[in-house]
Design a protein around this ligand. Structure first.
Ligand code: UGA
Length: 448
């Protein structure tokens, strides 16, 4: 059992804190936002993450997890301090480390005995060394000679399955050479370590690179299949069969070969841009990553063009039902969701939208403020299609996988051209062409 402070109660911090407590450690989650701390103490979980509320409440009840608005006292009593604050992207794609620096300096101002400081946020390669310097400077200012180590411990959590990912990781990566720090980290992850989860110890820069390289590789993989899907359309090939057969090759693997409207979220877009910038700065260009970034932007534009050409007419005066706004299902997160660019693109071309999402409607209201006059916020997917010319599925929510197609057809406006069928844009390939066509629609998937 290790006494831990986690700084930052965002996605990563809160999930890590709660799950580390679940491993048997004693954890205090700290945030400078006092309202957030008050809410957490009242049992309110500020983010939408399946299963998290249960892990939080159980560990609070059992006395292993608590919350604090100030950092000093928890840090003084901890053997390991996790930095899980935000690293928002700057204009040029690099990560803004000001919150990390502030946390590091406050740690330096507070520690009283040997402490392992753990970088959990995704940070540029070389940050662990910077954190070490910032803490060292604060200790020097205090005239204090207190030993400490900094390790990088990247997270590989997917939103929507973060609790599962934390408790069942493919690997744990610990970047830091100090044997003393490694011992404590092994204790922190003792329950995983005993379960024989692959446990990889490296230097800090290597650990930082592992995180970026993993995310960039996955983003490239998705982009690859998106481009193959686009090409399949030119040759009447079916990308789902292509991906299925490719995925059977163990060297390729079946995961992350689902074509769609482009990757989004708070990680892939930000991390690919940060890595590409590191490549340019280091004069060691990451040409594949650069190409994936550009192709991913293009993919969103292509979706708008697909809808326009599918309808066979200008989008001016057309009403389009948009099903799904979150960047993926099981989250309310719309950060860099392809839905943002696609909805804006459709409105720019003169369309009106009837938008719907099971979780992201609140997010959507401020994100679409500038185009709100062209948007109706529907109560659900059936309300969205009511009186629309067509529908486009942008997020593969489970509830969109089994729509009542008869009902949708009745709710949509009848096509203007005599004999034409209403268009059904399945931009996540969650339907079989045959079933949608049999229900009386013209079907448009991706790459099939
Ligand atoms: C991603 C990684 O999967 C995590 O391992 C990593 O820890 C996390 O970023 C992070 O850096 O913190 P996440 O952003 O939650 O997790 O989302 P993913 O499930 O990876 O999906 C990312 C985007 O790719 C979504 O827009 C999704 O719809 C899209 N995607 C994914 C596809 O279009 N096709 C696929 O086959 C898979």
């Amino acid at each position: 059992m290790v006494k831990i402070t986690v700084i930052g109660t965002g996605y990563v911090g809160l999930v890590s804190g709660a799950c580390l407590a679940d491993f048997g450690n004693t954890v205090i989650c700290v945030d400078s936002n006092s309202e957030k701390i008050k809410a957490l103490r009242d049992g309110v979980i500020p983010i939408f993450e399946p299963g998290l509320d249960e892990v939080v409440s159980r560990n609070v009840r059992e006395g292993r997890l608590s919350f604090s608005g100030s950092l000093a006292a928890p840090v003084k009593g901890s053997q390991a301090v996790f930095i899980a604050v935000g690293t928002p992207p700057r204009e040029d794609g690099s990560a803004d480390l000001s919150h990390v620096e502030q946390a590091a300096r406050e740690i330096g101002g507070a520690v009283e005995s040997y402490t392992v400081v753990v970088d959990k946020s995704t940070v540029p390669i070389g940050t662990a060394r910077k954190v070490r310097n910032w803490i060292g400077e604060e200790l020097a200012r205090r005239g204090a000679d207190i030993p400490f180590d900094v390790v990088s411990n990247p997270e590989f959590l997917r939103e929507g399955s973060a609790v599962f990912d934390f408790t069942h990781p493919d690997r744990v990566v610990i970047g830091g050479e100090s044997p003393r720090a490694r011992e404590i980290m092994k204790e922190v992850y003792r329950s995983l370590y005993l379960n024989e989860t692959p446990y990889i110890e490296t230097g800090p820069e290597t650990a930082e690179m592992i995180k970026y390289a993993s995310n960039a590789f996955l983003a490239v993989k998705i982009t690859f299949i998106n481009e193959i899907a686009n090409l399949c359309e030119k040759f009447a090939a079916d990308v789902q069969d292509v991906a299925n057969a490719m995925g059977r090759d163990g060297r390729i693997g079946a995961k992350f070969l689902h074509p769609g409207p482009g990757y989004g979220g708070s990680c892939f877009p930000k991390d690919t841009r940060a890595l590409a910038k590191a490549g340019r700065d280091g004069r060691s260009p990451l040409t594949l990553v650069e190409a994936a970034i550009a192709a991913n932007e293009r993919q969103k534009e292509l979706m708008v063009e697909k809808i326009e050409s599918g309808l066979g007419a200008s989008l001016k005066g057309k009403t389009i039902a948009v099903l799904g706004l979150a960047f993926k299902s099981n989250t309310d997160d719309m950060r860099e969701s392809p839905a943002i660019a696609i909805c804006r693109g459709l409105v720019e071309k003169g369309a009106c939208l009837r938008i719907s999402d099971p979780a992201a409607m609140k997010e959507a209201s401020w994100r679409f403020d500038s185009i709100k006059d062209s948007i109706y916020r529907a109560g659900d997917e059936y309300d969205a299609v009511k009186g629309a010319h067509t529908l486009a599925i942008l997020t593969p929510w489970n509830q969109y996988r089994n729509l009542d197609l008869e009902r949708i057809k009745e709710l949509l406006l009848p096509p203007e051209k005599p004999g034409a069928l209403p268009c059904f844009f399945d931009l996540r390939n969650i339907y079989r062409r045959k079933e949608v066509e049999e229900a009386g629609f013209e079907y448009f998937g991706i790459g099939k």
